[in-house]
Design a protein around this ligand. Sequence first.
Ligand SMILES: NC(=O)c1ccc[n+]([C@@H]2O[C@H](COP(=O)([O-])OP(=O)(O)OC[C@H]3O[C@@H](n4cnc5c(N)ncnc54)[C@H](O)[C@@H]3O)[C@@H](O)[C@H]2O)c1
Ligand SMILES: O=C(O)[C@H](O)CO
Length: 316
Amino acid sequence: MKKILIARPLPKEVTEALKGCEVTVREETAPLSGEEMRAALRDYDGVMPTLGDAFSAEVFADVPEPRCKILANFGVGYNHIDAAAARAAGVEVTNTPGAVTDATADVAMTLMLMSARRAAEGERLVRSGAWEGWHPTQMLGLHLTGKRVGIVGMGRIGQAIARRCHYGFEMQVSYFNRSAKELDFPATRVESLTALAEAVDVLVVAVPGGGETRHLIDETVLGAMQPNAHLINIARGDVVQEAALIEALQAGRIGGAGLDVYEFEPQVPQALRDLDNAVLLPHLGTAAHQVRVDMGLMAVANLQAFVDGSTPPNRV
Ligand SMILES: NC(=O)c1ccc[n+]([C@@H]2O[C@H](COP(=O)([O-])OP(=O)(O)OC[C@H]3O[C@@H](n4cnc5c(N)ncnc54)[C@H](O)[C@@H]3O)[C@@H](O)[C@H]2O)c1
Ligand SMILES: O=C(O)[C@H](O)CO
C-alpha cells in the first residue's frame, strides 16, 4: 500500500478523502525542516507539501533515488519547490490552480481599498482613542472608481482582479504579461512594465514567484509610479524589491502599498511595519475554510490519481 505524507494539519474533509493508501498527517504548522524533507522523499511514495516547504535542488541531490514520486503541492504557487530538480529526480509536481483564484482576487481588492482609502491607518486612529471626530479634510484618500489599474501577470488571479476592477469600480484596465491574452472584458496590453507603472493609479502584482520574476518590481518600476499611486502585491514577496519599496514609501514617492506577501516571509521588516502608508496582511489570500477545503481536495485528486496509477490532473 502506498504511503502518503500530508505536511500540515488540514480540514478532515481533506485528510480523510484519500482512499487506498496509508496517510500520515504531520501535526505541526511550521514548514518541513531540511531533514524532514529528505525523510519525506526517502520514506513516502507521495507528499502533499505547501508554502515554505523548500524542496530545493540540494534536498533532491541528497536523496538520489527517492521513493517519493509526487509532490502534490497544496497551493497554486510552487516556487518553493525546485520543479526542474524534482523532474530530474523523477518526482512529479502538481498544484491547485483555480481553487484559489476568487479568494485571492478578493484579498487584492481588500488591499486596494484599504490602501487607497487609508483604512488601516483610520482603524489604528480609532483604536488609539485619538480620533477627534469627522471633518471635511480628515484622512483623504484616493477614490478608486474610474481610476486606472495596471495588472502585472494577467493569469487566472490577474483576470479575476481585473474583472472586479472593471465591473465593480469602472476602472480602466491595462496589463503587462508575457503574452497577449484573449479577455472577455476591455483591457489594454502594455509591452513595457515601466510604461504601465507610469500610467496607472494602482499597480497590482499577480505573477508567479521564482527566479524569473524576482525583483521584477524594482526601484526603476517603483520610480516610474505616480506619487499618489498604490502598489498591491498578492503574488510572492520577492517579486517586489522590498528595500526599494520601503524607501519609496518612506520618501512618499508613491501613495501607498497593500501587501499580502513579503520578501523574507514571515519576517516583515520593522521599517515596513512603522509605515502608515503600508497595509500589511499575513498572507491571507486563500484563508477561508471553503477555499482551503477546495485546495486540499484538488491536491488530494492529484495524489489519488497517482495512487490509482493514472495521470494527475494538475501537473505543473
Ligand atoms: N497571496 C496568496 O495567498 C496567493 C494565493 C494564490 C496565488 N498566489 C500567487 O499568485 C500567483 C499567480 O497565480 P495564478 O493562478 O493567477 O497563476 P497563472 O499562471 O494563472 O497566472 C500568472 C500569469 O503571469 C504571467 N507571467 C509569468 N511570468 C511572467 C513574467 N516574467 N512577466 C510577465 N508575466 C508573467 C503568466 O503568463 C500568467 O498569465 C501564484 O503563482 C502564487 O504565487 C498568492
Ligand atoms: O500559492 C498559493 O496558493 C497561496 O499562496 C497559498 O495559499
